[in-house]
Ligand binder design. Structure first.
Ligand SMILES: C[S@@+](CC[C@H](N)C(=O)[O-])C[C@H]1O[C@@H](n2cnc3c(N)ncnc32)[C@H](O)[C@@H]1O
Length: 345
């Protein structure tokens, strides 16, 4: 018998053996088992919400220290990297030291740091629980949720280059003057100043401006170098294809990198009688914030470490598809029941 807070589950029963490996509902797909085993056929993600081990012994299986986290995450990060698209955003949840420990692995595997969001749970998180006479540090009421995007490169003439270098390289290859780029885009000097600069002031050309550059170069550039601005070597990339070359981001008004939100309470907290089923249940408001900022309705969200599958619920609420895995049978069952009973917003 195993008990995670809900009534004990009899693992020797026939019904237990027959529990299906996948539960599906309205675009949410919850897999029973290890993410590395279950995710092989998942469609590529626009968003990955990774809320896995913290190294604080927070749930059965969570290591007791952050020290081994880099090695633990390595195969998982390898899988995210293999399957990610240029438009994929990763939201990596952890403690501050847990994230610091894993960051070098993420960076080595092509994940580019964008921003660190601090979940401030407020004083309510420690109320009545912190003895200042014995503590040797201030009470911790935060976790971090760190946003990463892919480091995108394109191969041209056998040379691998970043997007900034590639846009300039393609224009130079066409033999056109830089000022003609302004003409192509119908702007005074924005194309040369923003899209063709080599410096840190470079802007990703908006898709419509990119298409104008590509059309102009393919029309007036050296005939022998065509196609210019091609991602497949056959025809120039469209505005739509170019838009997919970077992570999506919709910046909501009034949102900063400090997320003030109490720990999950009330109706949202999944409980068995009076006891929380999972100590790490994340607030839907924060997951919806991340999902809405980095994807559009219909996009695919991955939740490699499901727990109670709060990301799957947030995906249901926001019209996205979600693929989740939970390795512990009892949490899997609790998450499946949560999904089955949930009235989507
Ligand atoms: C921090 S909790 C996730 C909590 C979740 N975000 C929520 O709101 O309920 C991490 C979960 O990942 C699960 N887990 C750990 N390793 C896993 C793996 N390799 N594959 C699938 N699930 C895993 C753990 O059993 C645990 O329930």
């Amino acid at each position: 018998m195993v008990n995670i807070g809900k009534g004990a589950i009899d693992k020797s029963s026939a019904a237990y053996e027959q529990a299906p490996l996948v539960y599906r509902r309205d675009g949410a797909n919850l897999y029973r088992g290890d993410f590395l085993e279950t995710s092989k056929d998942w469609p590529a993600p626009t968003v990955i919400i990774a809320d896995g081990p913290y190294g604080v012994a927070g749930y059965p299986g969570d290591p007791v220290s952050h020290k081994g986290l880099a090695d633990w995450y390595l195969p998982h990060i390898a899988r995210w990297s293999e399957r990610a698209l240029p438009e994929t955003t990763l939201w990596f949840w952890n403690t501050e030291i847990g994230w610091a420990t894993v960051h070098p692995v993420l960076a080595r595997r092509g994940w580019e740091y964008r921003s660190c969001h601090v979940w401030d749970k407020g004083m309510g998180h420690i109320a009545g629980n912190a003895n200042s006479k014995t503590l040797r540090r201030f009470p911790v009421v935060t976790e971090v949720c760190v946003q990463y995007v892919r480091r995108v490169t394109i191969c041209s003439g056998g040379q691998e280059m970043g997007l900034k270098q590639w846009v300039r390289h393609e224009w130079e290859r066409s033999g056109l003057t830089f000022s003609e780029a302004n003409l192509a885009c119908g702007v005074k000097n924005a194309a040369t100043r923003k899209y063709l600069t080599k410096c840190h002031l470079w802007y990703f050309p908006p898709p419509e401006a990119f298409e104008l550059l590509a059309q102009y170069a393919n029309r007036y550039g050296h005939p022998e170098g065509k196609p210019y601005f091609s991602l497949n070597g056959v025809f120039p990339a469209t505005a739509e294809a170019w838009a997919k070359m970077r992570a999506k981001f919709h910046c909501g008004v009034g949102i900063t990198n400090v997320w003030r939100e109490p720990p999950v309470r009330g109706e949202e907290r999944i409980k068995d009688a009076y006891k929380s089923v999972h100590m790490n249940q994340k607030p839907l408001r924060l997951l919806e914030l991340a999902i809405k900022a980095s994807s559009d309705p219909g996009d695919v969200i991955w939740e490699p470490f499901g727990g109670l599958c709060s990301a799957a619920i947030a995906a249901l609420n926001t019209g996205r598809k979600c693929y989740s895995a939970e390795i512990l049978e009892d949490y899997y069952r609790a998450a499946r029941d949560r999904l089955a009973d949930y009235d989507a917003a």
